[in-house]
Write a protein that binds this ligand. Structure first.
Ligand SMILES: [Fe+2]
Ligand SMILES: [Fe+2]
Length: 178
């Protein structure tokens, strides 16, 4: 399925919410890389890891206790963001880096966005989702363009960007139905 909201559409199967990983997918990375390249990768991974925590937290606090398809879709999106968060945490450690403690501030931002959009109802939840995901897709594009990623990490970023694009399309469709 092509992602429609990015400048360079690539094919990734976004129906897979949580891709399978085997032991061979984990690698120690960065050996022999130039310090400037490593610095770029570190900054990029820290940014992505932090933003995915925010995304996970937004969806988490948008979910209500109601037994409905709307909540089912929010739960799937939350799971997808948790997968992205895992993706970048794994890559940070594979490179010998550590997550940023500052990301906790982004948890608070995610909580505010999620909780307050929930208070205002479904349309607010969907508009919030579209706004945040659109920012994410552009942010991903910028990081893909400006950082010299290793091939495995680049593919992970592209798949995650395609997922965000899928979220935008899903929320836009749902918003029309409201
Ligand atoms: Fe994400
Ligand atoms: Fe997303």
């Amino acid at each position: 399925m092509d992602n429609q909201n990015t400048q360079e559409p690539k094919s990734y199967d976004i129906s897979i919410v949580r891709p399978q990983m085997s032991s061979a997918d984990f690698k120690m990375r960065g050996q022999g890389m130039e310090p400037a390249r490593l610095e770029g990768i570190k900054k990029g991974l820290l940014t992505l890891h932090t933003l995915e925590l925010m995304a996970t937290t937004i969806y988490r606090f948008q979910i209500t206790g109601e037994n409905c398809d709307f909540n089912r879709q929010l739960i799937a999106a939350m799971c997808n963001e948790m997968t992205h968060y895992q993706d970048f945490q794994i890559k940070l450690y594979e490179y010998g880096f550590k997550p940023s403690i500052i990301r906790l501030a982004y948890w608070c931002v995610g909580f505010s966005f999620g909780f307050f959009s929930r208070v205002f109802g479904r349309k607010a939840i969907l508009k919030m989702g579209i706004w945040v995901e659109t920012k994410a897709v552009h942010h991903y594009a910028e990081l893909l363009k400006t950082i010299d990623w290793d091939e495995d990490t680049r593919k992970v970023i592209e798949k995650d960007q395609a997922d965000e694009d899928g979220h935008i399309n899903k929320w836009k469709k749902l918003l029309k139905e409201q």
